[in-house]
Every structure is written in C-alpha cells, then in structure tokens.
Design a protein around this ligand. Sequence first.
Ligand SMILES: [Zn+2]
Length: 104
Amino acid sequence: MIVVFISNNVKGTHFSEDGIHNIHAFNFKVNAQLDGQDYTKLQCSKLVSNIKTLHHLQSHMSSLSLITPVNYHCCPNSCICYTGDYQHFDHCPHYSKSCYDNQG
Ligand SMILES: [Zn+2]
C-alpha cells in the first residue's frame, strides 16, 4: 500500500508516468529504510531502470508535499540524533563514536 500525503496545491493533478514512478521509488526508499548510500547503490546497480538521483527524488517529493526536509547528523548506530538535548554533542553517549563518519 502506498500512502502519499498530497498538499492541496496538487490535489486533482494528473501525475505523469514519471511522477508516479518517483512516488513509488520514494515509497520504496522509506519503507525499506534505505539511507542515502544504499539508495545510491540501488540506483547505480541498474537492477531497476529509470531511478532518479536522491536529490531529484527528494526535491520532487518536497514539491508535492510542501515539506522541506531538514537534515541532522545521527549516530552511525542510529541511537541518537544530534538535535534537541544532543545538539551540542559530537560523540554518541552510548558508543563513544563520533557523530561524523570518515567523510565528515
Ligand atoms: Zn550511538
């Protein structure tokens, strides 16, 4: 099942085949809990044709939903997100791992 929250500005809009394909790709990414690197690997694998870049996909979904994504650093083990009470932390309090990967 696909659940898409569509803003009022696009209700009644007929989506192109490409638009529907993007919605399915985004739905798969979210349900499979793919991070950006996994999504890019899937895109580069050529297992599925016509997959847009993550940036393109996110921009398209943002324009449909009128939701602007905000990125935060998270522990590589997904224990915390460095926001709120953790916004000034630079290491995970559980694993003492840096909030940054080796690419920064
Ligand atoms: Zn952690």
